[in-house]
Write a protein that binds this ligand. Structure first.
Ligand code: B12
Length: 304
């Protein structure tokens, strides 16, 4: 069976513009972990290859051939991709939404760029069309559901096989906050960077998140806040969560549309980000083995 999560050593050599022996050496040295498929062949995970390509930026790399035939229509530029996704979401074309999102990732667009440059702006336009009465609320719900479904499918594709222990990230959105995409994108970005992730998703009571921090002892806690019913209650519960995380040495990354400047001024946190690229950049500082290596020869990933 042809499993699209895997690529062969020959394909990797071709798209990274290096020799097959070089790829085999990386496999032997553990830079690229190898897997046996059901048929007994040695294969590499697409997610590992894309990460290596992003980290090392090989001078002769051309990721085009990694494109499955069905993804040939994915636009090359982020703005065109955003326009195409917006149209597909508003039209309710689930197959196209899936092709665009998966195709873009396969083509080498990192999940953080996909989140900040494609998905968030496309959803913002959908919200605007709803606000101005151009579309009905059902169009907006349908678009959100299709986007969530396509991103769930991406989880398997981005999840790295990096050998050994991977650092754990934990996160979610507070009680009454119904937004799903934000946490899902945080999960994808962190998985892409080689983390293990426990995503508690929307509507998570902060007292329970505090228990989860205690029990799971993550290396990073993220909190995404898109909607707040009562800022004062949130602040009280959030401060307790932060205190506990701080006591355990767990850094806290926060973001989301509901965290206004004035609210943030009253909150302790380790880092705040406007987008998923900021979350990814911060997460990389916590996991030295996963830092983007300087151009040139890639290094073996250390075990977080
Ligand atoms: C989808 C959607 C919904 C869906 C959510 C479905 C779901 N399962 O997720 C549902 C139907 C629940 C919904 C409900 C409502 N919604 Co609504 N919704 C949206 C919409 C269209 C998209 C939101 C989204 O998912 N965006 C995608 C995410 C990924 O983008 P983002 O939020 O910008 O997040 C980025 C950054 O903030 C950052 N970030 C986020 N979290 C984190 C965390 C960390 C650690 C870091 C570093 C960064 C970071 O990175 C992200 C990517 O760049 C927005 C429009 C918009 N402008 O976004 C309206 C919008 C937010 N909704 C709006 C409204 C009015 C409502 C309702 C009140 C409607 C109603 N009358 O019922 C309810 C309120 C529900 C509630 N309790 O909040 C308004 C809010 C207006 C305002 N000023 O507050 C908006 C802006 C639409 C509009 N233009 O009017 N909504």
């Amino acid at each position: 069976m042809n499993d699209s999560r895997y690529v062969s050593t020959a394909q990797v050599a071709e798209v990274l513009g290096v020799g097959v022996t070089t790829v085999k050496r990386w496999v032997d040295e553990g830079i690229l972990p190898a897997h046996r498929t059901a048929g007994g062949h040695r294969k590499l995970l697409l997610a590992d290859v894309l990460r290596l390509a992003r980290q090392s930026n090989f001078p002769n790399q051309n990721l085009g051939p990694l494109f499955a035939a069905g993804h040939a229509l994915v636009p090359a530029h982020v703005q065109d991709l955003e326009q195409a996704l917006f149209v597909a979401l508003e039209r309710g074309d689930g197959d196209l939404v899936r092709s665009l999102i998966q195709g873009a990732y396969r083509r080498g667009v990192p999940v953080d760029d996909l989140a900040d440059g494609v998905i968030a702006p496309a959803m913002q336009r959908i919200g605007h069309d709803w606000e101005t009465g151009k579309i009905d609320v059902f169009h907006e719900h349908r678009g959100s559901q299709l986007c969530v479904a396509a991103l769930h499918e991406l989880i398997g594709l981005v999840s790295s096989s990096a050998a050994g222990r991977r650092p754990l990230a934990l996160g979610g959105a507070p009680e009454k906050d119904p937004y799903v995409l934000t946490s899902l994108l945080a999960e994808l970005v962190l998985r892409q960077d080689g983390w293990q992730v426990v995503n508690l998703g929307p509507n998570t009571p902060l007292a329970s998140l505090r228990k989860a921090v205690n029990e799971l002892k993550p290396r990073l806690l993220w909190l995404t806040v898109s909607y707040l019913e009562d800022a004062d209650t949130f602040l009280t519960e959030y401060r307790q969560l932060y205190q506990e995380s701080d006591r355990l040495g767990v850094p806290v990354a926060v973001g989301g549309r509901a965290l206004t400047d004035s609210l943030r001024a009253r909150m302790p946190y380790t880092t705040y980000g406007d987008g998923m690229a900021h979350l990814s950049a911060f997460a990389r500082t916590l996991s030295p083995g996963k830092r983007r290596p300087p151009r040139g020869r890639p290094t073996k990933q250390s075990n977080g």
